[in-house]
Design a protein around this ligand. Structure first.
Ligand code: 3PG
Length: 391
């Protein structure tokens, strides 16, 4: 795909799609990772003398104006990070936006309002895409986190302007792309999270790529059941037991080592105050539930991670938000920090976990995309990437 070096930026109005969909609590940004991740591209555009028009979504306002989903706070924070004024507008199209853009000097930065305040954004409406495109001469997509969405500012607009990738987009595609197409071996995937249903595509695709798969989290109990053990009150997707079985068979055929928990932390309630104990995987009491992998499993997984050259992690090993069920996820996070292998965190909860256990700076790559990195690892084309100009 074309990059910013394939187009003239000097003096051009550049519509730069970023993913500023950051978590907020009581009107304050609680994690600015995604904003900081876009700085290299924004600074590059400023240095090149472009007129920088930033656009992002936040949350899911479903085509309505929601006061708490305005990008005002994001604009203020960005101005601090850039150490330069950022003109935040209260609309993303129309006369006031056009007027503000016509007054821009080269190197100025404008931030449009949440693009999802228009219902046409998520519908990839052609008229809306045209309205966005009319604001600019060039389109830069740096919103890897939203690249799996075919929306007006991620896909529609790219067909109407010279469309290139930003630096964050390039880096994400480069790291994830290389990992899947030409991995150093042994290559290990750690798959956790609550549901098998959400990870079917990624497990299926990675079975063709990896040497080891380590399974944990709520989804592991469906596999444990498929192995023939009782799982008590643990999360279980009855309708996915056969699928779990077929994954284990596929792993065997492909020569992939497929690891399941050998012990678990069980609790008598889904609560941080519950009674807990560690049991072997075939000893889960009928009225207890597994909420974390056990210490033997954590040690086994740490060993596999240590002996791998490349490790991708998507999804926690237990309910790590509660300290009593956090040790498994913490153990994996620490093993990722200690290994000499190249470590990739596939966004979302796993990114939150390495942050929580203070090992984020020890990871080689933390993706800014949750859904986007998952779809990439499923081998799917991302519409926001496909729509960019080819080299
Ligand atoms: C994300 O947070 O994964 C992206 O910003 C996409 O948001 P969405 O799932 O609401 O499209």
């Amino acid at each position: 795909k074309q990059t910013m070096s394939d187009v003239t930026l000097q003096g051009k109005r550049v519509f730069c799609r970023v993913d500023f969909n950051v978590p907020m609590e009581d009107g304050a940004i609680t994690d600015d990772t995604r904003i900081r991740a876009a700085l290299p591209t924004i600074n590059h555009l400023i240095e090149q003398g472009a007129k920088v028009i930033l656009a992002s979504h936040m949350g899911r306002p479903k085509g309505e104006v929601k006061e708490e989903l305005r990008l005002t706070k994001v604009g203020e924070h960005l101005a601090k990070l850039l150490d330069k004024p950022v003109k935040k507008l209260d609309e993303s199209i129309g006369a006031t936006v056009e007027a503000a853009i016509s007054e821009m000097q080269n190197g100025d930065v404008v931030l449009l309002e949440n693009v999802r305040f228009h219902a046409g954004e998520e519908k990839n409406d052609a008229e809306l895409a045209k309205a966005f495109a009319s604001l600019a001469d060039v389109y830069v997509n740096d919103a890897f986190g939203a690249a799996h969405r075919a929306h007006a500012t991620t896909e529609g607009i790219a067909k109407l302007l010279p469309a290139v990738s930003g630096l964050l987009m390039e880096k994400e595609l480069d790291v994830l792309g290389k990992a899947l197409s030409n991995p150093e071996r042994p290559f290990t995937a750690i798959i956790g999270g609550s549901k098998v249903k959400d990870k079917i595509g990624v497990i299926n695709h990675l079975l063709d790529k990896v040497d080891n798969i380590l399974i944990g989290g709520g989804l592991s109990y469906t596999f444990t059941k498929a192995q023939g053990h009782d799982v008590g009150n643990s999360l279980l997707e009855e309708d996915k037991i056969e699928l779990a079985q077929s994954f284990m068979e596929k792993a065997k055929e492909k020569g992939v080592s497929f690891y399941l928990p050998v012990d678990v932390v069980v609790a008598d309630a889904f609560s941080k105050d519950a009674n807990t104990k560690v049991v072997d995987i075939d000893q889960i009491p009928s009225d207890w539930m597994g909420l974390d992998i056990g210490p033997k499993t954590a040690a086994l997984y740490a060993d596999v991670i240590k002996n791998s050259k490349l490790i991708i992690w998507n999804g926690p090993m237990g309910v790590f938000e509660m300290d009593v069920f956090a040790n498994g996820t913490k153990g994996v996070a620490n093993a990722m920090a200690d290994t000499d292998g190249y470590t990739i965190i596939g966004g979302g909860d796993s990114a939150a976990a390495v942050e929580k256990f203070n090992v984020a700076d020890k990871m080689d790559h933390i993706s800014t995309g949750g859904g986007a990195s998952l779809e990439f690892m499923e081998g799917k084309d991302l519409p926001g990437v496909s729509a960019l100009n080819d080299k």
